[in-house]
Design a protein around this ligand. Structure first.
Ligand code: ATP
Length: 236
């Protein structure tokens, strides 16, 4: 059996306000899997992702990405993860190409036009490469956010509530994107409030509630063991 690409052990986070956002989370993510972290508002999903991506520091526990501890080997661990945050973080006046290419540079990766072209083609953005961000539809902007997150070729991609507040069509588009990523062998961790979304996209599902992982398992097995109804209650 292969080694986990991400290994989280005893992860805790207490914010300065005294808010205990994570209370000792253990989680392993295997290469190539699509993992959905389900949880209601305030459960700790964004905190967990932010710690793995080096945006927030943990209060306790360890995070190891492909064998690199994200505290002692921060740069190596950080370069291995890509993050698509909840909010769009692009410059309206910048082109698609420049947005993605610049993002690669931020990670200290050498310029590689072929790599950027590959990523844009994978996300069906090649024809839009010269378009300014402000000229794109909401769905296209979200695709650029994914392209940006993939620009430095991370081993693991995080999507933080990729479909929060979007319409049905955009949601389907996002599901389609994730399926494509899976077909390319990208490991994906996504957070969501929606059981249907986890069911649709993930191989394995974890349910987080008030900073604790209250259920974890293979999607089908979890749905069968807990039933949708119980899972829904866990999310309320
Ligand atoms: P949502 O689905 O609403 O995005 P979430 O599951 O991502 O929620 P987090 O954003 O990780 O949850 O928040 C977990 C808890 O930590 C919440 O109680 C939240 O209020 C608190 N929290 C998050 N960020 C901070 C912060 N910077 N300072 C203080 N408390 C915070």
């Amino acid at each position: 059996m292969s080694e986990p690409i991400l290994s989280i052990k005893g992860l805790t986070k207490v914010y300065g306000s005294g808010q205990e956002a994570l209370k000792g989370v253990d989680l392993d993510i295997m290469p190539g899997e699509i993992f959905a972290l389900l949880g209601p508002n305030g459960a700790g999903k964004t905190t967990l992702i932010s710690i793995v991506c080096g945006i927030v520091t943990a209060s306790g526990g360890t995070v190891t990405v492909a064998g690199h501890d994200n505290r002692t080997h921060f740069r190596a661990a950080r370069t291995l993860v890509g993050l698509v945050p909840q909010e769009l973080t692009t410059d309206a006046f910048e082109t698609v190409w420049a947005t993605v290419s610049f993002s690669r540079g931020l990670f200290g990766k050498p310029r590689d036009d072929k790599k950027i072209e590959d990523i844009l083609r994978r996300l069906s953005l090649w024809d839009k490469r010269k378009a300014k961000m402000m000229e794109l539809s909401g769905g296209m902007k979200r695709r650029v956010m994914i392209a940006k997150a993939l620009s430095h070729e991370p081993a693991l991609l995080f999507l933080d509530e990729p479909t929060a507040g979007v319409d049905v069509e955009l949601r389907r588009d996002m599901w389609e994107m994730v399926r494509k990523l899976r077909a390319d062998g990208t490991t994906v961790v996504l957070t969501t409030h929606y059981i249907e979304e986890a069911e649709e996209m993930a191989d394995r599902v974890g349910v987080i509630r008030q900073g604790e992982l209250v259920a974890l398992g293979d999607k089908a097995e979890l749905m069968q063991r807990m039933g949708k109804k119980t899972l829904k209650i866990a999310l309320d």
